[in-house]
Write a protein that binds this ligand. Structure first.
Ligand SMILES: NC(=O)c1ccc[n+]([C@@H]2O[C@H](COP(=O)([O-])OP(=O)(O)OC[C@H]3O[C@@H](n4cnc5c(N)ncnc54)[C@H](O)[C@@H]3O)[C@@H](O)[C@H]2O)c1
Length: 346
């Protein structure tokens, strides 16, 4: 039967997690859980999941789970992750964005340091077949030495900016960064649960001299005509001898100086990417050294870039690393732009 897996939170995004099991043969969904009974039952029926719950503790006690896929909103990350860690769940896949501010960032850092649970953040984009192909090309020296990364998304930072930031780290080879200069404007709380600037940009200096340009929200490059706002994620990687460029619709890469191009269907790539991420989680359960690239520690490093953007904007300064953000940094930013926001789950 393989790994016993369950979905926690049966809202809009959870279907993408469940659909991936059509491509997975090392585990199966044995249960799902949502506070709202109607959501839990209809989700269980839609994906033929044998048991459903409305209480997490009850599910954990009954099911002896290997993996929980936490598909809940970012305003309630820490408490649920701590509950799963205390229950000694071996691995948890947790949706992006990993945090909303600096106080939850700090709690998650502490949890990451003390927990035996293997937390994988759900940047399934990192595992799309096309992205894996381009990453392999870059990592094997196909474009020479990486010098500049340019990533953008039309939805705000906490909606999709974090996905392309994660890709930037992957294409940069996860090297450390030394400074961030950010500029954020406006406020958008996306469904009340994803507090974010309306637009944000960051110049990132990596320690080896590589430059990163990250932009989200208004004013980003439009990647295809007549497409909704969420269909404009992209990342370009420029090296000493060539480049790669991934968008949600197309790809480009130079091979021995020749430009190759093609197209792909995002939805197909995404289901395979979700299956690949789930399999990477199984690999990590089996082998402590097979750490999933989108692990919690790495995702928190990436989140620090977003916090540096807030700090840079509010305090009008470049942020040098190491950087220890003040706990109330999100509130400082919200005050700075003159907005009001209350965490619905506080
Ligand atoms: N990776 C991606 O491509 C992608 C795409 C879309 C959304 N997301 C992310 O997925 C997350 C979820 O988004 P969504 O649109 O599905 O949200 P949603 O609000 O539709 O669903 C969340 C569900 O979690 C349930 N829930 C909350 N607390 C719970 C608890 N303690 N126990 C059981 N159930 C609980 C809610 O009742 C709700 O049904 C967000 O962080 C979002 O950013 C990721």
């Amino acid at each position: 039967m393989g790994y016993r897996c369950a979905i926690l939170g049966c809202g809009g995004r959870a279907a993408g997690h469940a659909r991936a099991y059509e491509l997975i043969d090392r585990g199966e969904l044995v249960a799902c859980c949502d506070l709202l009974e109607e959501r839990a039952t209809s989700f269980a029926e839609q994906f033929a999941i044998p048991r459903w719950y409305t209480d997490l503790d009850e599910m954990l006690e009954a099911e002896e789970l290997d993996v929980v896929q936490m598909v809940t909103t970012p305003t309630i990350r820490y408490s649920l992750m701590k509950q799963l860690s205390d229950a000694r769940v071996p691995a948890v896949i947790v949706e992006k964005p990993i945090a909303i501010g600096a106080d939850d960032y700090r709690q998650l850092r502490e949890l990451e340091a003390e927990s035996d649970t293997k937390f994988v953040v759900n940047h399934q984009l990192r595992y799309h077949p096309r992205v894996l192909d381009l990453l392999e090309h870059v990592q094997s020296g196909g474009i020479g030495e990486v010098r500049c990364l340019d990533a953008s998304a039309m939805l705000p930072m906490n909606g999709q900016g974090v996905h392309v930031l994660d890709l930037m780290f992957a294409f940069a080879g996860y090297i450390e960064f030394s400074a961030v200069q950010g500029a954020c404007a406006g406020f958008d709380d996306i469904n009340g649960t994803h507090p974010s600037p309306e637009s944000a940009s960051a110049l990132i200096s990596f320690v080896d001299g590589t430059r990163g340009v990250l932009q989200s929200g208004e004013g980003v490059p439009v990647m295809a005509q007549d497409q909704p706002r969420h269909m404009h994620k992209r990342i370009a990687t420029y090296g000493t001898t060539g480049m790669t460029h991934w968008t949600m619709h197309s790809w480009e890469k130079t091979v021995d100086g020749e430009l190759q191009t093609g197209e792909h269907v995002y939805a197909e790539e995404d289901t395979q990417g979700q299956a690949n991420l789930t399999n990477a989680t199984f690999d990590w359960i089996e082998d402590d050294d097979a750490v999933a690239p989108t692990n919690l520690a790495t995702s928190l490093d990436e989140w620090l870039v977003i916090l540096a953007c807030y700090y840079s904007t509010v305090h009008k300064t470049v942020v040098e690393f190491p950087f220890d953000p003040p706990d109330d940094l999100l509130e400082q930013y919200i005050d700075f732009v003159g907005a009001k926001w209350e965490n619905p789950h506080a």
